[in-house]
Design a protein around this ligand. Structure first.
Ligand code: NAP
Length: 284
């Protein structure tokens, strides 16, 4: 039997359409969600990401601002821009595209973003809110993973979820979100002993390690839902996930492909966060 393919492209499109429709209603009340994206320097991959965020904002009907700054921008100048965006009434979400040039401390810049505008959800305050269960903007990729699982019709509550990877941007926050959804959560990492045995007990297996095809069917319980966050460029130029898709799809009940699984969810959740920030600001 082959697993059901979790179609992230379709689910992301569904979320974007929901955001677009809700934005239309908000605009009728005079509220226009706004996202400001800041790009420092000329990294080609970052320029592509920023371009697609700008395009998606416009499709949603948002107010969109992109601030493209030269490579030699100082940290002080960038902090001044963030401060002015914090004050800007038209802007509900601020995203500083990472990585930043080496002479700028990313932490100082992320910390400077007002928590109510932190649509990337990476600041210490947003992370703290997530951990204690307070209202907050959730980090986009982890929130997208939860949406993928839910919209595939999988009940999370009461399940054993195993997360492989403990980074601050994926592993840890997705583990906290699964816990919030009442899963019993185990987090594995590079020092975990008996990882194969632990993973093979998971009803929901989330893999975010950045190692192409490292997880094969020995790590998968029959009927498990497998979410592959990994995006790895192979020597052939093709993209591969962290999961050996062909091997695992024979054993899982549902699995995300790479590309077309988790990837498309990130921008969709960024749009949803911007809308949420605008609604929270307006109190609607
Ligand atoms: P990261 O910061 O490099 O963290 C990798 C984590 O995996 C670490 O916690 C590491 O453990 C653990 N790890 C590495 N090798 C392992 C192994 N063999 N067995 C068990 N654990 C292992 O990576 P990341 O930023 O979380 O990203 C992970 C992957 O997701 C990458 O391929 C990235 O490109 C992808 N990603 C995709 C999206 C998206 O689709 N939108 C977004 C973000 C990331 P230690 O902590 O012990 O070192």
């Amino acid at each position: 039997m082959s697993a059901k393919v979790i179609d992230g492209k379709r689910i992301a499109q569904e979320i974007r359409e929901e955001v677009r429709q809700e934005t239309e209603k908000l605009k009728a009340q005079g509220i226009v969600p706004g996202l400001a994206v800041v790009l420092v320097g000329g990294d080609p991959a970052s320029a592509v990401y920023v371009g697609s965020k700008e395009k998606t904002c416009l499709e949603m009907g948002f107010h969109s601002e992109v601030h493209r700054l030269p490579e030699d921008t100082t940290e002080e100048q960038l902090l001044e821009l963030v401060d002015s965006l914090n004050q800007n009434e038209k802007v509900h979400g601020i995203l500083v595209q990472l990585p930043l040039p080496k002479h700028i401390q990313e932490k100082s810049v992320i910390d400077a973003i007002a928590v109510e505008k932190d649509v990337d959800g990476f600041s210490p305050q947003s992370t703290g809110n997530l951990v204690i269960g307070d209202e907050s903007l959730l980090p986009c990729t982890p929130a997208g993973i939860i949406e993928l699982i839910k919209r595939t019709g999988t009940e999370i509550s009461g399940k054993h979820a195993v997360v492989i990877g403990r980074s601050n941007i994926v592993g840890k926050p997705v583990a906290m979100l699964l816990l919030r959804e009442n899963a019993t959560v185990t987090v594995c990492h590079s020092r975990t002993a008996n990882m194969e045995r632990i993973a093979a007990e998971a009803d929901i297996l989330v893999v975010a390690i950045g190692k192409p095809k490292a997880i094969d069917s020995r790590y998968v319980k029959p009927g498990a839902v497998v979410i592959d966050v990994g995006v790895n460029r192979l020597d052939t130029g093709k993209l591969a996930g962290d999961v050996d898709y062909d091997d695992c799809s024979a054993k899982a009940s549902a699995i995300t492909p790479v590309p077309g699984g988790v990837g498309p969810m990130t921008i969709a959740m960024l749009m949803q966060n911007t809308l949420k920030a605008a609604k929270l600001k307006a109190g609607v």
